[in-house]
Ligand binder design. Sequence first.
Ligand code: PLP
Length: 399
Amino acid sequence: MLRKNRLFTPGPTPLLPAAQTAMASFAMHHRTASFRDLFSRVLADVKDFIGTKNDVLVLSCSGSGVMEASISNLTSPGDKVLVLTAGKFGERWRDLAKAFGCSVEVLSVPYGETFSLDELRHKLKPDVRAVFVQSTESSTGARHDVKSIAKLVRSAGDTLLVVDAITGLGTTPFDVDGWGLDIIIGGSQKALMIPPGLAYCAVSESAWKRMETAKAPRYYFDLRKERKAAAKGESAFTPATSLFAALGAALEYVREMGEGDLAAGREALINNAELAAEMTRAGAQALGLKLFAPSCPATALTAIQSPVGLDSGAIVKEFRESFGAVVANGQGEMKGQLFRIAHLGYYDYLDTIGVLGALEHVLSDVTTKPVEYGAAVRSAQEVYARYSQRQTVSAVARQ
Ligand SMILES: *Cc1c(COP(=O)(O)O)cnc(C)c1O
């Protein structure tokens, strides 16, 4: 059969057609009034998308660039920082903090799990200058309880909290200002449905204040310089101009999802990911597969364990070769043990049902155990049907 290439990876994700069109022939110079208009509009929309009153920046780099900026702008060499790590992206925080000379305390849990708040309470000594965490650990498919973590960090004094929500924004709700998140980070190639190359963040007043005394070296990623430029509708260096055009179109799409209200559109996007994730978990489990992070499954993606004795690389390969579907293998030590299916951004019902249907064929081809065709699809449909029923009931209740 014909195969269409489709991404089911937790970044990059499928591109929104309107965003592709917007960037296709975009050729505006970045120091012009028209680009300043676009830039300022995008920043205002990103602010609504994050749901914050804090200043927002959009930088031309991948998500890790703003992770690095958070370390280099908030810390001085020798500062004690606490990194919460439960996977490859948590380890990235640890390595970045070390690279900038921080004295790094680590609270780690095994891959696939999330943190104990009691252990966090013990580690939160008054001399901890900042805490770094993921909201969704994309390497394991685990979601962390950012609200409770923030509550503990807030009670610890003037410790700053930095959240890598690169796969969290647009898949999980945050009350950025209410919870007191000092920096929250997102990336363009995740829920925002455009190519890699932009990363965005919201920065609290406490974080801006810390930057006045923080001494780690920085140049390209100098957030105070970017803040000053952004106030004039510009970035300090040449921005990825066409990606700004794409981002503008993507945020417009989210606004349409909310019938003209960007915050409502964000909720709709989150609900969409939640439903796709629930359908996928039900489908995988109906085939006898086990989740990799069963106690705290993410909505951005689902990590599924490979059946015992089977390298997940075989599953990834079969998906690609038979169906043109790119699912992600495990990263690092998890390679071969699991595969990951994304739900963040531009995925709909047919994508979700389609990938589960394909999973049934893939398993049938790479394992010896008989597969009951339709089992995954049916379970996902049942989840969807219950959800539709709930929607109808609440619509009736509103009348
Ligand atoms: C994708 C991702 C990143 C950023 O990776 P880049 O390749 O630098 O964009 C960071 N953290 C998480 C949790 C991610 O999913």
